[in-house]
Design a protein around this ligand. Structure first.
Ligand SMILES: NC(=O)c1ccc[n+]([C@@H]2O[C@H](COP(=O)([O-])OP(=O)(O)OC[C@H]3O[C@@H](n4cnc5c(N)ncnc54)[C@H](OP(=O)(O)O)[C@@H]3O)[C@@H](O)[C@H]2O)c1
Length: 296
């Protein structure tokens, strides 16, 4: 496959989109961001801004013509907008599509059975179908929870209230990746289009258990006064489905918990593409420093 140099980014204003754009620029790619009509934005001056309307496919085809790749970092509310985006990418002759996946094991269908993640399935199925017909290539990124964001938001450990959940006892290992490393993986994919063609890539900054997170948290913030709970993932999932049936509300937290700490979701990755993509695992000291950074 020929070299990829021109890259369009969807969802460029988001949590993941911003570091992706910055990493692409840093690594020498020519970046066009797809800006939704009327949305406010503040992009780096080095990017080209193409205004698009996901409901007007011609605007997408126009924005994508001449692009080698599309990286999608759209948030949950926009996941299904990737369907017209993929169709436009095919029409425009884009070579590689990187969907907004960036979660747990994308080869494990149990994840997309969870209501929170259902919209990721038709996107994956469409890129697979287009790839099977030779009209596009794709790469899906499995990175586990964003490590820094999950600590910052109290998902792994809540420093503010000195609380932690050891789900199912806290001994099940899971892979986790910093936001910056996930962005680095994207440029790694685009630099290695042949090796990453039509498959899931697996990366991580660390493999952890909640018991290890607790030990590290105690080391960072002192050993006293922690509230440690050991909830059941299955119980939490049952309650979330009961809520969903009763109220129609998706308990995002419970479904994310299930994908990370539930049995059979494949969240401790067994095969890694770190070396290929230039993503480093954190050393013991780096991991501790990262956690300590959120302990204050
Ligand atoms: N592994 C993890 O821990 C983790 C955590 C969070 C997210 N993720 C994944 O990372 C990907 C990106 O998530 P994110 O949290 O970065 O997303 P986000 O910040 O919530 O949103 C990203 C962008 O999506 C765009 N968008 C397109 N259509 C939209 C719509 N209809 N409504 C709202 N926004 C829309 C917006 O950008 P424009 O205005 O520029 O179009 C928005 O800034 C997702 O696949 C998500 O599942 C993973």
């Amino acid at each position: 496959m020929s070299t990829i140099s021109k890259v369009a980014v969807a969802g460029a204003t988001g949590l993941l989109g911003k570091p992706v754009v910055n990493q692409l620029l840093e690594d020498g790619f020519t970046v066009t961001v797809l800006a939704r009509k009327g949305a406010s934005h503040d992009f780096p001056s080095a990017v080209t801004v193409a205004e698009v309307d996901y409901e007007a496919p011609a605007t997408l085809v126009k924005a994508l013509s001449g692009q080698d790749a599309v990286v999608s970092a759209v948030g949950f509310a926009g996941l299904l907008q990737q369907i017209p985006l993929i169709e436009a990418a095919v029409k425009a002759g884009v070579k590689r599509f990187v969907p907004s996946e960036f979660g747990g094991d994308a080869e494990n269908d149990k994840i997309t059975e969870l209501p929170m993640f259902v919209d990721k399935r038709p996107v994956k199925e469409l890129v697979e179908k287009e790839a099977a017909q030779g009209r596009l290539t794709y790469t899906l990124v499995s990175c586990g929870p964003f490590l820094d964001i999950a600590v910052q938001h109290g998902m792994l450990v809540n420093f503010k209230e000195r609380k932690i959940n050891l789900w199912d006892g806290g001994e099940r290992p899971f892979s986790t990746t910093t936001l910056a490393a996930a962005a680095k993986a994207v440029t790694g994919i685009l630099r290695h289009p042949e090796e990453t063609k039509n498959r899931v890539v697996f990366i991580r900054s660390a493999s952890l258990t909640q018991k290890e997170v607790l030990e590290r948290a105690k080391k960072a913030a002192g050993p006293e006064g922690w509230t440690v709970e050991t909830p059941s993932v299955a119980e939490s999932l049952r309650a979330a489905y009961a809520d969903l049936n009763a109220t129609g509300v998706v308990n995002r937290f419970a479904f994310v918990v299930s994908a990370i700490w539930g049995e059979g979701y494949g969240s401790n990755f067994q095969k890694l593409d770190n070396d290929l993509l230039g993503v480093k695992e954190l050393s013991d000291a780096e991991l501790q420093t990262l956690i300590e950074g959120f302990a204050k």
